[in-house]
Design a protein around this ligand. Structure first.
Ligand SMILES: Nc1ncnc2c1ncn2[C@@H]1O[C@H](COP(=O)(O)OP(=O)(O)OP(=O)(O)O)[C@@H](O)[C@H]1O
Ligand SMILES: [Mg+2]
Length: 284
């Protein structure tokens, strides 16, 4: 049975004359990762702020775990985790103290802190002050704090921006783990590879509208105007691109028989290409 964790219907947000959200609708189910993609100023953070009760919507309906976001209670917040760039840490406290403080607020067992520290790979740094952490360690501590109370819904505003590939991989692993345990996750990103790798569904946000919504694969196939293959042959310095058809099939068969085909890839567009086609804008 599907459990809807986030339900958004015709949500709008206007700042004076500036329309940040012009009526967006989507749902996120338990155990699903939903990606909000869009260039700077598209309205991603605004959406997260509205869904976490930090900003009032202008119009429309938004519910998290069945509760209208304009009326989130302490009980709601006990089931929500938030990672944003404004997520503050207590810089003078150690990693351990930062987490213990929240564990006490949520009345969690101290063992939970150790479990989460291991999970985010900060166990060896538990006695370091937050002010002495690297950016990647800091981001993992913010994430640790956001998942400490095992929230049913997790909001991640650009969780890996500015991080090295190893830390990014570690955070991706964590996100997949949480998803497998039934957490509903809404994340924003500029990183299309990240969205393709993690998201069950993505929405392409442009000027406050959803230009597209669907699975990454479905969107890539939808905008695949011409089926083509990128082929690398033995003894050839550069790869070639051939469009699908009887001639290409015959050539590929020949190269396979001759064992001269080193690699072959289909050339469907990336999500970035899709975004550019749909909106005429780059994501960065
Ligand atoms: N508190 C505010 N007051 C006035 N305008 C705001 C406010 N917050 C956001 N906006 C405007 O709303 C629009 C969307 O901003 P938002 O922060 O949601 O973008 P974003 O998609 O998160 O961008 P980025 O990728 O740069 O983080 C922008 O035009 C921004 O100027
Ligand atoms: Mg933002």
């Amino acid at each position: 049975m599907k459990t809807t964790a986030i339900q958004v219907t015709n949500l709008t947000k206007q700042f004076k004359t500036d329309v940040a959200l012009a009526g967006i609708s989507f749902q996120v189910q338990a155990g699903e990762v939903f990606g909000l993609l869009g260039p700077s100023g598209a309205g991603k953070t605004t959406t997260i702020k509205i869904l976490t009760g930090q900003l009032a919507p202008t119009n429309g309906l938004a519910e998290v775990l069945g509760q209208p976001v304009t009326n989130l209670t302490e009980k709601s917040y006990a089931q929500i985790g938030i990672v944003t760039h404004q997520s503050g840490l207590y810089d003078r406290l150690t990693v351990n103290q930062n987490l213990n403080y929240f564990a006490q607020l949520y009345q969690l067992k101290p063992a939970r802190v150790t479990t989460v520290l291991k999970h985010v790979g900060l166990e060896a740094d538990r006695n370091k002050r937050a002010s002495k952490l690297s950016q990647g360690m800091r981001q993992r501590l913010i994430l640790a704090r956001a998942i400490l109370h095992q929230p049913k819904v997790l909001f991640l505003d650009e969780p890996t921006s500015g991080l090295d590939p190893m830390t990014t991989q570690a955070i991706h692993g964590l996100i997949r783990d949480l998803q497998a345990h039934g957490t509903a996750i809404l994340l924003t990103t500029h990183n299309m590879a990240e969205a393709t790798a993690l998201c069950d569904q993505v929405a392409l946000l442009n000027n406050g509208h959803f230009a597209e919504l669907g699975t990454p694969q479905a969107l890539r196939l939808k905008y695949n105007r011409q089926i083509a293959f990128n082929i690398q042959l033995k003894m050839q310095p550069t790869a070639i691109t051939l469009t699908a058809g009887p001639q290409t099939t015959a050539k590929i068969n020949h190269w396979l028989t001759e064992q001269t085909l080193l690699s072959i890839h289909s050339c469907e567009p990336t999500l970035e290409d899709v975004f550019l086609t749909v909106t005429g804008r780059n994501l960065q």
